[in-house]
Design a protein around this ligand. Structure first.
Ligand code: HEC
Length: 375
């Protein structure tokens, strides 16, 4: 107890001497170290200690330490700061921890409100869904189901929700329930099928085999789970042919070097940008991660005509829409009555179903071979 008293005095003086913006300065490191030793102490019993803890907390906003301090001292009323960490670091354990603390400490409603806020910064809801997905917390299952089935969710949000649900047993069961009630769209069905086919829980795998069979390829076979798919050997030379033939028609939307139509992203160096797993995901579930600037728009003219495509450029007076043929249509803004961003990618889902399994593997081998410097 005497050690505690000493530490306490040292801490209050270190933390007190410090101004909050001096995050990660020498003084803050000392304060954080002392804080470590004090964790579990009832800070409500001492206003001086509580004040000092809150000062250190303020200096750690947006970082993993913020979450640790809130958790270690069971601080209340820190929902905004926890949400900030989840949005900043959705792919790191700190982001997932922030979500877990929120779910446990009665902050679920703050999380729910943030997820429902479609007016906020773009990308914020997706980041929160990713953090929630990474938390793998049974208490987050209903929020993920909500995001997966909500009309305002785009493909990326839905896909992140599927991956998050598939990762916990309660979530996987919820996914199976949605599939059974036909509440999954095609793209999410195939993402869920591929995830659940390699679920850790045998009963889930068994059930998924019945109600969510993995997508079938043109030769009638089922695609193996991603873990096995990426290990299959492909023939890049044949893949190059498939890429150009009339069924997949990849070349009608993508350029490779000087060849092809300039509509979707150029794939000349795609093997450098995306690893094989990401290449498979781009083909199997294009809406999961729509490449930046390649979102589809439906633009309506005052005469009722619809123009569908990518926004190639925009000025104060004019909107240029690139259609699937590569042709750019220029519209005066005064002619435009409405424009809606589409939730689905223009790249069709289900391309895997028109190829055989080997052809799909070959196309990915071909894409993986397209690297910077390679001819
Ligand atoms: C109708 C046009 C269209 C067709 C056909 C098409 N794509 Fe796409 N593709 C797009 C668009 C648009 C994007 C960007 C939006 C997105 O990421 O979903 C894209 C994105 C991609 C990406 C991700 C690129 C990146 O930089 O992240 C890959 C890889 C890809 N396509 C491969 C293929 C392959 C392989 C085929 C043929 C099997 C194909 N595409 C057929 C339009 C098409």
């Amino acid at each position: 107890m005497r050690l505690m008293t000493l530490l306490f005095a040292a801490f209050v003086s270190v933390a007190g001497a410090q101004t909050p913006p001096a995050a990660r300065s020498g003084g803050n490191t000392t304060a954080l170290e002392v804080l470590q030793r004090l964790k579990g102490m009832d800070i409500e019993a001492s206003p001086a200690l509580k004040g000092a803890v809150l000062r250190v907390l303020e200096s750690t906003r947006g970082t993993a330490q913020f979450v640790e301090i809130v958790r270690d001292f069971s601080l209340t009323g820190q929902e905004a700061g926890l949400l900030e960490v989840a949005v900043n670091l959705p792919g790191e354990s700190a982001g997932a921890d922030a979500v877990r603390v929120l779910l446990k400490a009665g902050g679920a409603s703050a999380l729910e409100a943030a997820l429902a806020d479609t007016g906020g910064e773009a990308g914020r809801r997706l980041a929160l869904v990713r953090a929630l997905a990474n938390a793998l917390d049974p208490a987050g299952v209903s929020l993920l189901v909500g995001m997966l089935t909500h009309a305002t969710s785009d493909g990326a949000i839905k896909s992140a929700a599927v991956h998050g649900l598939a990762g916990s047993e309660a979530g996987a069961r919820a996914l199976l329930g949605l599939a059974r009630d036909s509440k999954l769209e095609d793209a999410q069905r195939s993402a869920a099928a591929l995830d659940l086919a390699q679920s850790r829980w045998p009963a889930v795998r068994e059930e998924a085999r019945k109600i969510l069979p993995p997508p079938r390829t043109a030769d009638g076979g089922e695609l193996p789970p991603m873990g096995e798919l990426v290990k299959l050997k492909g023939d890049a030379v044949n893949g190059a042919k498939v890429f150009r033939d009339d069924r997949a028609a990849c070349i009608k939307c993508h350029r490779v070097g000087g060849e092809g139509i300039d509509f979707g992203p150029a794939l000349t160096e795609i093997g450098t940008k995306l690893a094989p797993q990401a290449l498979y995901e781009s083909i199997l579930d294009p809406s999961a991660g729509i490449a930046f600037g390649f979102e589809a728009w439906s633009v309506e003219r005052r005469d009722g005509e619809e123009v569908f495509g990518l926004i190639a450029s925009e000025t104060a007076e004019e909107l240029a829409i690139k259609q699937q043929t590569g042709v750019v249509v220029r519209l005066k803004k005064t002619e435009v009555s409405r424009r809606d961003k589409q939730k689905l990618s223009i790249m069709p889902a289900g391309l895997a179903q028109i190829l055989t399994r080997q052809e799909l593997v070959d196309v990915v081998a071909y894409l993986a071979s397209l690297k910077s410097g390679a001819k």
